[in-house]
Write a protein that binds this ligand. Structure first.
Ligand code: UD1
Length: 368
């Protein structure tokens, strides 16, 4: 039996893990124990994904909630270490670039338990982003690196990782999208086709929510766009809290369609019929690329340069009327058909590779 501990904690990780966790559950030679760090805890940020994507319930919830980044990561590290000592898995799996990812990788590495990083090799080259720090440190604490693209594998080679430990399997989020596509299309037609022209907006990154000036600029640009498009804005709790503190929330609320965070299927169904996505989310840049909806990324860098090269994604600075002008450009342009993120079977490839790695280690142990 191959014993796996999977560390999850934040919204995008529940989505990324959903197919692989189901595969583990249906395979008799795997036993996966899911550890939820508690980083995201609201129903709409956490449980909803377990329900709708039918992810096996976490075996442990560490209940570590928002603290300063260092304190949050440290608390997770202490609790994960204790669990790993008890469970002694064959592998620990971590996803993406959150504080939960880093804590899981570090705790496991210190105990000499092999770490598998899924979505390895991504870089924004912005050292001030907390996610960039997490991804670099996680990659360098990992034993096996599963990348979503050739470019990500190439980046790891440049950083001197050994090629035998890098596996380009594609993007697990493409697996999730293809798996739920029929349901997404159905709901989209039924609920959102007759909504008129609309732009879907999601903003939550620290770099875009820490400054009043930036939040005011985003408001003014969206207000201009709202003259011709409905603005539908499922708001991350971080953004809502900051807007309320700055007394800007009511401005946003009176002009745009602000809603609470929504689940995966509803988000994707809304995205399918949108004229444009405006976002600073990493995952949603790819999801719009998969649905062939243009995307305007309100950031100076992206970890997904292939989406920009294909013409479906455009980056914009937050300055004067740039978001407004670039949004109009994006709406009227279409991209090329490219497939940089695999063919939708990343989770299956990962499971097969873990089985292979396990057998290789066992064979070696038996031979010495
Ligand atoms: C985290 C990840 C980011 C990812 C994002 C997805 C890090 C460093 N960042 O950012 O990479 O894109 O998740 O959403 O790990 N909050 C709630 N309810 C919740 C969750 C959070 O109110 O269910 C509040 C917290 O109390 C905190 C704020 O939102 O005030 C930020 O949460 P946090 O987990 O620190 O980071 P995110 O911005 O969500």
């Amino acid at each position: 039996m191959i014993k796996i501990v999977t560390i999850l904690g934040a919204r995008p990780q529940f989505i990324k893990a959903s197919i692989l966790s189901k595969l583990f559950k249906s395979s008799s030679d795997f036993k996966e124990l899911i550890v939820h760090t508690g980083q995201h805890y609201d129903f709409t940020m956490s449980q909803i994904f377990f329900q709708e994507l039918k992810i096996p319930k976490p075996h442990f919830n560490l209940g570590v909630q928002s603290k300063l980044h260092g304190a949050m990561t440290a608390k997770m590290l202490i609790k994960i270490e204790k669990l790993l000592i008890k469970i002694r898995p064959d592998f620990t799996i971590v996803y993406g670039d959150t504080n939960s990812t880093l804590a899981g990788a570090l705790a496991s590495r210190k105990l000499n338990i092999p770490v598998i990083h899924i979505e390895a090799g991504l870089r924004s080259f912005n050292p001030n982003m907390p996610e960039e720090v997490n991804r670099i440190l996680t990659d360098h604490s990992s034993t096996y690196l599963f990348t979503p693209s050739k470019l990500a594998s190439f980046q790891l080679l440049k950083e001197n990782f050994h090629k035998d430990n890098i596996f380009n399997v594609g993007d697990t989020m493409l697996d999730v999208y293809l798996n739920h596509k029929p349901q997404i299309k159905k709901i989209s037609k039924k609920k959102f086709k007759d909504l008129g022209k609309y732009i879907l907006v999601t903003i939550h990154r620290a770099e875009n929510t820490m400054s009043e000036e930036i939040l005011k600029n985003i408001y003014l640009n969206l207000e201009l766009l709202s003259q011709n498009y409905k603005i539908i804005f499922p708001m991350h709790p971080r953004t809502e809290k900051i807007l309320r503190n700055l007394k800007l929330y009511n401005y946003y609320k009176s002009t745009f369609n602000l809603i609470k965070p929504i689940g995966y299927i509803e988000t994707m169904s809304l995205l399918e019929e949108a004229s444009l996505l405006i976002t600073d989310s990493g995952g949603m840049q790819k999801e719009s690329f998969y649905c062939k909806v243009p995307c305007l990324t309100v950031r100076n860098q992206t970890e997904w340069p292939e989406t920009v090269q294909s013409g479906w994604n455009r980056k914009t600075k937050i300055k004067n009327k740039l978001i407004y002008k670039n949004a109009l450009k994006s709406i009227s342009s279409k991209g090329k058909k490219t497939k940089p993120y695999g063919s939708g079977n990343a989770s299956l490839l990962i499971m097969k590779k873990i089985r292979y790695l396990y057998n290789k280690v066992k064979k070696y142990e038996n031979s010495v």
